[in-house]
Design a binder for this molecule. Sequence first.
Ligand code: ZN
Ligand code: ZN
Length: 135
Amino acid sequence: MAPARVYEGGCLCGYIRYRTEGQPVFPHLCSCRMCRRWSGAPTVAWVEFPMDEIDWCGPGGEPQLFRSSARTQRGSCPLCGSGLCAVDDGYANVSITIGSLDRPNLIVPDARHSHARTRPKWWEARVMHSGNGGG
Ligand SMILES: [Zn+2]
Ligand SMILES: [Zn+2]
């Protein structure tokens, strides 16, 4: 059996770090109002992993959670504020920001762009599927 691919990432300051060998699912973009406000970016790239396969391995442990809607909490670093994850109540997966991965080329968002209509109109997100980018 081939060794599992390892995905690692973390916040800007290094206080919150994560590591997983879980299977990534549903890599996509979202431009909803909450993603924009939470991140400060026009669009957020997300990928889901099984929550129980995420190891929060930095000195800060798990990210600080903020309840952003009735059923969703968003996790960030309490020191530097980096947006790292979102968790829906009762859902087995955690959404991780692709931008926080050490190697963001490993996961390419697919064509699904949630809430594309609420993106800033000067912004056209275009995903480049250019083969095995690596690194
Ligand atoms: Zn931090
Ligand atoms: Zn969103």
